[in-house]
Design a protein. Structure first.
Length: 179
């Protein structure tokens, strides 16, 4: 089975993944009466584990309800001291270089990884460790916030795989890294 690191994320038209206050309410600004998951469950079926940053982890922990992931979650943090007791066995903290972290996670048998969180995605892109991007664009301009992309040391070429239209307004584009 091939190893791959995949980003699956919602983004505004102007390239933000959270608003100026870190909020995500705008992600649900388009009416979704049939509760379409926009391919999320299908995507998750092809994933072995998640790697996310501390801020994303803390945001998910702040949501009401049960822990949303059935797959193992690895949290990258140099400041988080411990995982909440309720998430022991579900979440593991990791530190070190991204290459070493990926090697550690791959050695545990997890080869298809969902990379999540703004800073984490940016760092993976800087080190050219993203194989696929699945970006769901919500037709809203936020005018500022947490940017999906940052400066890169070199140009990274991707090829378009497909586009899917959801709710007659939301476009999901799937890209694969050209190597």
């Amino acid at each position: 089975m091939d190893k791959k690191n995949v980003v699956y994320i919602g983004c505004s038209l102007d390239g933000f993944i959270a608003d100026k206050d870190g909020g995500l309410d705008w992600l649900e600004s388009i009416p979704n009466p049939k509760n379409s998951d926009m391919g999320y469950h299908s995507f998750m079926e092809g994933i072995d584990a998640l790697i996310m940053g501390r801020k994303t982890f803390e945001m998910i922990c702040s949501f009401e309800g049960e822990w949303p992931y059935s797959k193992p979650v690895f949290v990258l943090s140099t400041t988080l001291k411990r995982i909440p007791e309720a998430l022991e066995g579900k979440v593991t903290m990791l530190q070190g270089s991204l290459a070493a972290i990926i090697e550690t996670v791959n050695k545990k048998g997890y080869r298809r990884l969902y990379i999540d969180g703004g800073s984490t995605i940016q760092q993976f892109l800087i080190e050219d460790l993203i194989d696929e991007l699945i970006i769901t664009t919500i037709p809203v301009l936020l005018g500022g916030g947490v940017s999906l992309f940052s400066d890169l040391p070199k140009v990274l070429m991707f090829e378009h795989v497909k586009s899917t239209l959801f709710l007659d307004e939301i476009v999901q584009n799937h890209y694969k890294r050209k190597r």
